[in-house]
Design a protein around this ligand. Structure first.
Ligand SMILES: [Zn+2]
Length: 248
């Protein structure tokens, strides 16, 4: 089991954000231009900080986020939430012309079985899998998520030769529609943390999958309440669900 990370220690997405900010010529302004103090642990205004409820669930699975350039800077980026919950989350900025040696080393690490998560209809069928092979190899699944807008993600997929040899995990329609039913959703545009949650489910890690979903709900609630300058409801449905999962 991985050692617990201190709440004060920045995770991979947080470090990537700091590095990206340092490279910015001019300060990045969140949409809407809201100024003022942000909690470095959760990026929300201090009155809506949710660091105290951040769950951490031990998982076999790891997550590898390939993030489009601006993605780590967006206050609404949900890759951050994945890194909060899943201890073994790695994050890399994506660039067309170069690849970080640390990413190549991670993909070559024999403890992991990497899967690129991408819709199967855009990929040669022989690369596509719909399930996560557990156990026989003894390898832990490593889900590579392209954290980007859809046009960016397509470009990243096409122009990253180091991904070409890896199996492509395509979330199947049945799993997606079960998820939509459970969440009363109508569209099939998933944010990155929802995709991660579906991957955990496929890997047989239901509790972690549900925890990540509940944490996304808590985050969304705090984010929206802050935006509307209303206090968060710590006993609302999102918080209750997250607390119930903590006890489960
Ligand atoms: Zn916070």
């Amino acid at each position: 089991m991985p050692a617990s990370r201190s709440a004060l220690e920045p995770h991979a997405v947080s470090r990537l954000r700091t590095a990206r900010l340092a490279r910015s010529a001019k300060p990045f302004m969140a949409r809407g231009g809201i100024k003022g103090e942000r909690c470095p642990g959760c990026r929300l205004v201090p009155s809506h900080c949710l660091c105290d409820v951040r769950p951490e669930v031990p998982t076999q699975s790891g997550m590898c986020l390939l993030m489009a350039d601006i993605e780590p800077l967006k206050p609404s980026n949900t890759g951050w939430l994945i890194a909060d919950v899943v201890h073994d989350t790695f994050a890399f900025g994506w660039a067309r012309t170069e690849v970080e040696p640390a990413l190549l080393a991670l993909l070559a690490d024999p403890q992991w079985q990497p899967y690129v998560v991408f819709p199967g209809e855009f990929v040669e069928p022989e690369r596509v899998v719909n399930d996560v092979q557990l156990a026989p190899s003894g390898k832990r699944p490593l889900f590579i998520l392209l954290d980007a807008t859809w046009p960016e993600a397509r470009k990243m997929f096409r122009k990253s030769p180091y991904l070409n040899a890896l199996p492509v995990l395509s979330l199947n329609a049945e799993q997606v529609s079960r998820y939509q039913l459970r969440r009363s959703r109508r569209d099939d545009h998933f944010c990155t943390s929802e995709v991660a949650s579906l991957c955990l489910e496929l890997a047989g890690e239901a509790h972690a999958a549900q925890t990540l979903q509940a944490y996304l709900d808590v985050y969304t609630h705090h984010y929206l309440q802050a935006k509307h300058q209303l206090p968060p409801d710590l006993n609302g449905p999102a918080h209750l669900q997250l607390r119930a999962l903590k006890l489960a």
